[in-house]
Each structure stands twice: as C-alpha cells, then as structure tokens.
Write a protein that binds this ligand. Structure first.
Ligand SMILES: *Cc1c(COP(=O)(O)O)cnc(C)c1O
Length: 383
C-alpha cells in the first residue's frame, strides 16, 4: 500500500463521527407517496422543512423532495428561507413565522413568500411600496398568528393593500391530533370559520388565492378536505408526535432518521459505586457499564429517565445523569462490548427497534421537540 493510501485510510478511520444521524431517503420518498395517496388528488404537499427539517438536514431533504417533484416548501424563519434558496430550491418558499418588516428587501431578493400575521403587519409591509408575495394567515381559534376570523373587515382591508401580491390564505388547527368529540367539534368549527371567511371574500368579488389548512394531523384525521396545499412536517419524516396518538387514517409511515453514537470505553464497577454527576445512580450489584459519546448538547434530553439505547441488538438502560457530551449505559448483560461499538438511540439494531415516539415518551415530550433539537455537532450520514 502506498504511503498516500495509508494516510488516506488513517484519515478515514479517524474522521468517523462520534455521534450521528442516518437519513434514509427511500423512507422519505415512501412517506411522500403515502401522503399523496391520502390527500385529495388536487391537494399538493407543501413540505415543512423548518428547524433543519426537524433535525434531518434541511438542504439535502429539500433537494431530495424537489427531485421527487415537490415545488412548495415552508420554513419558520427568513434565514431558513434564504438558506433554502441558496442550496438550489427553485419552488415557492413560504415563511410561516414573523419576519421583521425591515427585511422586506431580503424577502424580495430571495423570492420568499411572507405570512401576513395580522392587519397591522400587512399595512407595515405594504408601506414599503414594493410588490411582495404573501399568504394571509387567518386565526380561527388557536390565538397565535393570524388575523382573527371574525374581524372580517380587517381581513378585507388586507386584501385591499395594493403592494401585497396575495398568493395564499391559510389557517392552522390546534387540536387536530385529538379524536375526542369536543376536540373534533373545535376543529370542525375552525375549518368552518375559515371557509366562511373565504365565501365572504368570494361573495364580494375578491379572487380567492390558494388555500390551506392541514398540517400532518390535519391530513391524517381530516383527509377529506380539498385544499390546494397540506403543510406536512412530522408525517413526512415518518413518525407521529406521540405514541399514544390514534389517527383516522392509519398511514404506513416509515421513520427517516436514526440516531447513533459510539462507545468510548467499557468498565467494570463494584457494588455501591456511583455513576456520573450528582452520584445519581448507585450500583446494587457489580456491573459492566459503557460510556456513549452523545449527550444533551447533541439533543439527548437530560430527563431521558427510564430511557435505554440498543447495543448488539439488546436494550441497554441509561444510568446516571446525562452529561453534555456523554452518557452512561448498563451493559452487564451484553457480551463482548468494546470501544468503538455503535449504540442506537433511535432506530433499528438487530431485532430490536427504538422509535422516536418511544424516546419522546421516555423524556415526557413529543417527537417534534426531540427531532428539532438534534444538536449541530451531529454528523449526518445519508443512506
Ligand atoms: C410546523 C408547522 C406545520 C407542520 O406541522 P406538522 O405537525 O409537523 O406537520 C404546519 N403549519 C404550521 C403553521 C407550522 O408552524
């Protein structure tokens, strides 16, 4: 072997990540197909790729979706929109959140669509005297962003703003994940309030732009809606927000992301030894433990109590406090664990599988939070 090749090999072996996510594009494409099968034939998927595509890596996810025919994207912030444009996304990009009006020129330069969050905001944007692409958001009961549905005269005034190029109108559902009768009633009211606004606008002669209502749970629980777009995030990534969620449509969604990290070392400890900060864990028997090279700075919730990882196809409980860069697991029952072995925090190992939903449940949160907080230190490996 030449010196050059040896150097290359050494470099390759030392550049293996300590902790990483694996992204399975075939599952992304599978989920997209599933969603298209559920949606009305005229409803297009608007891919929600905010928060680094829920930790999956925004640019590559967006480019993959673009190759699969998606030409509508949604982000939360101006910066995310600019990044998307710079990485080669040519379709429309809607900013779902608030953007400081002084950024109007950036919105225009990068051909981004801004959400009008209420009449005041629309008026300020209009005063810049520049033609600006927007979607109008209508608040139908969530009481977050949007002009309130019963302030119809305000909504009308937004439609009169001459510099706003109104390409869309939308609302957001706040309990579409629930199948409790009261929550269904609330959601149906939200949908009705939204369509009332549209009918009123239509009846006084305004051309109706593209409209959209559903996010992932809206699609899975209210698939009959015939909107122009569905703003799909979490379902595209192949998971639900929580293990306990039941949905009307049982879609065959497949997780796109796995989370893995290496074992730094293995050590034996005796009875009544403590592990980690605060001496939180005390051994009751002699044990074999292993240090995993991932911690809360990488997005592992510090309260992942009762959590476990997979190693050599077996469950290995997390013990002691989770640190910034590392955590410790019990591997007493697992044979031949060694430095460099791979622990699976989310994903499949042999016959065992840990889902993001399970991790979220063990950390008393939802998968959306777990995924969107995946640390920047994690490398991304694309399968
Ligand atoms: C984040 C977001 C979505 C996507 O929600 P999912 O539940 O992940 O599908 C849709 N619409 C708005 C307004 C959002 O903020």
């Amino acid at each position: 072997m030449s010196v050059l090749m040896m150097e290359k090999n050494i470099h390759q072996s030392t550049s293996m990540p300590r902790a990483w996510v694996e992204i399975d594009y075939s599952n992304l494409e599978h989920n997209l197909l599933q969603l298209h099968n559920i949606l009305h034939k005229d409803t297009k998927v608007m891919a929600v790729v905010k928060a680094d595509a829920y930790g999956h890596g925004m640019n590559k996810i967006a480019l993959t979706l673009q190759n699969s025919g998606i030409d509508n994207f949604a982000v939360a912030t101006l910066d995310e929109g600019i990044l998307l444009r710079k990485c080669g996304i040519s379709g429309s990009i809607l900013i779902l959140g608030y953007t400081d009006p002084v950024e109007v020129y950036a919105l225009i330069k990068f051909d981004l669509i801004q959400t009008v969050v209420d009449l005041d905001y629309g008026q300020i944007l209009n005063e810049y005297g520049e033609s600006l692409k927007v979607h109008i958001k209508i608040d139908t009961g969530m009481n977050r962003l949007g002009e309130t549905h019963y302030h119809f005269e305000f909504i009308e005034q937004i439609f009169e703003l001459q510099n706003l190029n109104i390409l869309g109108i939308y609302t957001h559902l706040c309990v579409s994940d629930s199948l409790k009768p009261d929550d269904i009633k609330f959601t149906e009211n939200q949908i009705n309030h939204f369509y009332d606004v549209i009918y009123k606008l239509k009846s006084i002669g305004y051309p109706i732009p593209k409209h959209h209502i559903q996010s992932s749970y809206g699609v899975l629980n209210y698939p009959q809606l015939k909107c122009d777009f569905a703003r799909v995030g979490i379902a595209l990534y192949g998971i639900l927000s929580s293990n306990n969620d039941k949905t009307n449509i049982k879609a065959d969604l497949r997780p796109v992301l796995s989370l893995k990290a290496k074992i730094a070392l293995v050590k034996d400890i005796g009875i009544a030894e403590s592990v980690g900060y605060g001496r939180q864990f005390i051994s009751k028997t002699p044990m074999k433990i292993a240090v995993v090279t991932i911690g809360y700075a990488d997005g592992i919730p510090r309260n992942l109590e009762n959590g476990y990882v997979l190693l050599k196809g077996k469950k290995a409980p997390i013990i002691g406090r989770i640190c910034m860069d590392q955590m410790t697991i019990d591997v007493t029952h697992i044979q031949e664990v060694k430095s460099g072995d791979i622990a699976t925090i989310i994903g499949q190992d042999g016959m065992e599988r840990i889902t993001a939903e399970q991790v979220a449940e063990n950390a008393s949160t939802i998968t959306n939070e777990i995924l969107s907080r995946m640390g920047r230190r994690l490398e991304k490996i694309y399968l």
